[in-house]
Design a protein around this ligand. Structure first.
Ligand code: TRP
Length: 363
């Protein structure tokens, strides 16, 4: 079987460190390992519109921001096909056929959709149909490319489960093996599954304003790290690690070499945690260390982004060509689906000859 990697992000803002540890870092690793036949990354603008229908400018403005974030972390357009979802015309067609294979109760049972509904207040004002059905269109995003490896944050697991169900249902119903089942590649360390916001809120989210962005300048970064909410205590009192945003970030991001470089009193995070829990170690020191770690990781990324910002025409060309390639692949899959369903009337003479034959027998 081929290894086809696909993933996507909604262009509703710049990418933040939650994206980085949740999925972006994993993509760079997959790229380096090189164990794939094709690798697609899609900017999911159509999905972004399912809860931003009144704000297309925001989506438009963030297409390039997200693309710059991708390239600045080292994702390589020579190895990866970058494309824009709304320009891949087979996707909504595939979605239409998949909708017949999913019941409404099944769709609405999706826990990620449920929490998004609450966050966006759709439970009060009513949920747009397009939003309710986005997991089905996400199944089209994945299956159009016959992707089997999906590097995503763990909140996307329900979407992949739904996708696998659709794949099985389609292949069974139309007696075909056209569509391929996928699985998630999750971050290796559990602290990276879902980074809390700097305010301690369960999720880093642009709308709450509790994010640290990959492209934040040092002064902004400093302010944000200093603003991280921790439990007040006297210095000599024992520190608490559980649900401590500083330690969750460190767990997701710091390596032993960061200690050697910036905090040589300790060899690794474990030693720091033990000392912190004994007491006598203030949060200010931990914040300073976290700031150094963030600077160490994100300074080269930020610098690369500045160079890339001078190459916008070339980057748009990369997206345009990638989208063309994506269209070819998706159109081919759509054709195979239509063949399986017997609705490929004009792709060759089969339909014509069969119908001529049928009606000639009735003369
Ligand atoms: N739902 C994903 C998110 O919010 C974005 C997405 C759209 C996606 N299509 C996809 C992810 C296909 C993986 C595969 O982040």
């Amino acid at each position: 079987m081929k290894n086809i990697i696909l993933t996507a992000d909604r262009p509703t803002g710049k990418l933040h460190i939650g994206h980085y540890v949740g999925s972006l870092r994993e993509r760079v690793k997959l790229q380096q390992e090189g164990n794939f036949d094709k690798f697609f990354i899609m900017i999911a603008d159509a999905q972004a519109l399912t809860d931003n229908s009144g704000n297309p400018q925001k989506v438009r403005d963030n297409v390039l921001e997200v693309m710059l974030d991708y390239l600045s972390i080292g994702l390589d357009p020579k190895k990866i096909t970058f494309c824009i979802q709304s320009q891949i015309t087979a996707l909504p067609e595939m979605t239409e056929f998949f909708m017949n294979l999913v019941t409404l109760p099944r769709l609405l049972r999706n826990p990620t959709v449920k929490s998004e509904v609450a966050m966006r207040g759709f439970d009060k004002v009513g949920m747009p149909v397009g939003f309710a059905t986005y997991p089905i269109s996400q199944a089209a995003d994945i299956t159009a490319f016959k992707a089997n490896i999906i590097p995503v944050g763990e909140d996307q697991e329900p979407m992949l489960e739904q996708t696998r169900e659709i794949v099985r249902s389609f292949n069974r119903t139309y007696n075909t093996d056209t569509l391929v089942e996928c699985k998630a590649v999750l971050p290796e360390n559990e602290a990276s599954f879902r980074l809390p916001g700097t305010d301690g809120n369960a999720k880093m989210s642009k709308s709450i304003g509790n994010c640290i962005y990959l492209s934040d300048e040092p002064d902004v970064l400093k302010k944000k790290v200093n603003s991280i909410v921790t439990t007040p205590r006297k210095l000599e009192e024992p520190g608490v690690i559980e649900n401590n945003v500083l330690f969750i970030y460190l767990k997701a991001l710091c390596k032993d070499e960061h200690f050697a470089k910036y905090y040589p009193e300790f060899a690794n995070l474990n030693e720091l945690e033990v000392a912190y829990q004994k007491g006598g170690l203030g949060d200010g020191k931990i914040k300073q260390f976290l700031y150094n770690v963030l600077m160490d990781i994100f300074t080269p990324i930020r610098e690369r982004r500045k160079v890339l910002q001078t190459q916008i025409a070339e980057i748009i060309e990369i997206l345009k060509q990638g989208t063309e390639v994506a269209n070819q692949t998706a159109n081919q899959t759509l054709l195979e689906m239509k063949q399986a369903m017997g609705i490929d009337y004009f792709s060759d003479d089969t339909f014509k000859n069969e119908q001529i034959e049928k009606f000639s027998n009735k003369q």
